[in-house]
Write a protein that binds this ligand. Structure first.
Ligand code: KG4
Length: 339
């Protein structure tokens, strides 16, 4: 009998609970937090307060949607880190309490590992193809930009990562200087569709190995706008679509150049995409181009499994349950946590 795992995610500003039976997802409920919009970014204290309000109703709905009751749950998995400490504490405390009350195993999950393992979530009634080991996963989110070499479900190695800002941060911060609301990534993607990606050229970083850097791009974008605004105070309004398209092309080129180099060096053709930025249409297109040009087998998860969600925590919990990787009640969240 497949175990039924309840997954809990509360690392940043989404409160999520999911129920998985074996590898098949039964429910995935996500409550976002609108409260941060007016501040142009996530306010940690407000995030943890909202998690406190959301966690019980979200878990309740996840169990209802899945058609299960607490006594059906075999184990509870939660995000231990990385993330905002106040936010992580809400999910961790809930999971500990639930495990204690139900006398079931408690499973800690690394949020980054979970983003990669989102590829293994199966939907009821259909089975999709999953990446074959070893594979490379480009993990791009608001907090991370990494190339992960995945040897097995729980055996991963970061072979390249950002030395400063993440790709999502570059999207969001550049959006902010253009006066766009947070999070700017999806808006840049939308506006870029109407713009010319070669209208403007921005400097790309020269970083060794498979590492990334995005802080220089953000600064050069800011200086570029400042210089042009001197001559045309409405420069951004006049060129918004072209600016978005050119910026997006630069970020995607930076991400893909290193990924292509890593694929060539390792000889791996199984290439996966994960994290919130994988919603970006130009990045998805670049993956499709890679499939054509380099004969890659590409894997792009369903949109709802790319942003922060508990389904990915639940599938990771399932793999850990199979290996009996449980933790005790003394477990504490980690704001910083590596793969
Ligand atoms: O993984 P994720 O949901 O959570 C965090 O890391 O916090 O990623 C969120 C990031 C944000 O930076 C957001 O702007 C970016 O993903 N993002 C996008 C798109 N959709 C979300 N960036 C570019 N294009 C998009 N379509």
């Amino acid at each position: 009998m497949d175990p039924i795992i309840l997954g809990i995610e509360s690392s940043c500003d989404d409160t999520s609970a999911a129920v998985i039976k074996g590898e098949t997802i039964l429910s995935n409920v996500i409550a976002g937090q609108k409260v941060h919009e007016e501040y142009g970014g996530v306010v940690p204290e407000l995030a943890s307060r909202a998690h406190q309000q959301n966690i019980i109703p979200v878990v309740h709905k996840a169990m209802k949607d899945a058609g299960v009751v607490p006594s059906d749950i075999s184990a509870i998995a939660f995000t231990r880190g990385p993330g905002l400490m106040g936010s992580l504490m809400v999910g961790t405390s809930f999971a500990k309490g639930f495990a204690l009350a139900r006398k079931i195993p408690l499973i800690e999950v690394n949020h980054l590992q979970a983003h990669v393992l989102a590829h293994f979530i199966q939907e009821p009634g259909s089975k999709h193809e999953v990446p074959k080991f070893p594979f490379l996963c480009l993990l791009v989110s608001g907090g991370n930009s990494q190339i992960v070499l995945v040897r097995d479900v729980l055996k991963m190695e970061i072979i390249g990562q950002t030395i400063d800002d993440a790709a999502g941060e570059a999207f969001d911060k550049c959006a902010k200087v253009m006066g766009l609301p947070y999070p700017g990534g999806p808006l840049i993607d939308k506006l870029a569709k109407e713009g010319n990606p070669t209208a403007f050229e921005f400097a790309k970083p020269r970083i060794a190995n498979f590492d990334y850097s995005f802080s220089g791009l953000k600064t050069s974008f800011l200086y570029f706008l400042r210089d042009h605004i001197k001559n045309d105070p409405d420069f951004v309004a006049h060129h918004r679509e072209d600016l978005c398209a050119s910026l997006q092309k630069t970020i995607v080129d930076i991400l893909m150049d290193k990924l292509v180099a890593a694929a060539k060096k390792t000889g791996i053709k199984e290439i996966a995409l994960a994290g919130g930025v994988s919603a970006n249409s130009a990045l998805r297109q670049a993956f499709l181009d890679g499939q054509e040009k380099y004969k890659w087998n590409i894997y792009i998860p369903k949109f709802s499994y790319t942003t922060d969600n508990a389904a990915m925590i639940a599938i990771t919990g399932f793999f850990k349950y199979q290996r009996k990787e449980f933790v005790g009640q003394d477990v504490a969240p980690f704001a910083r946590m590596v793969l």
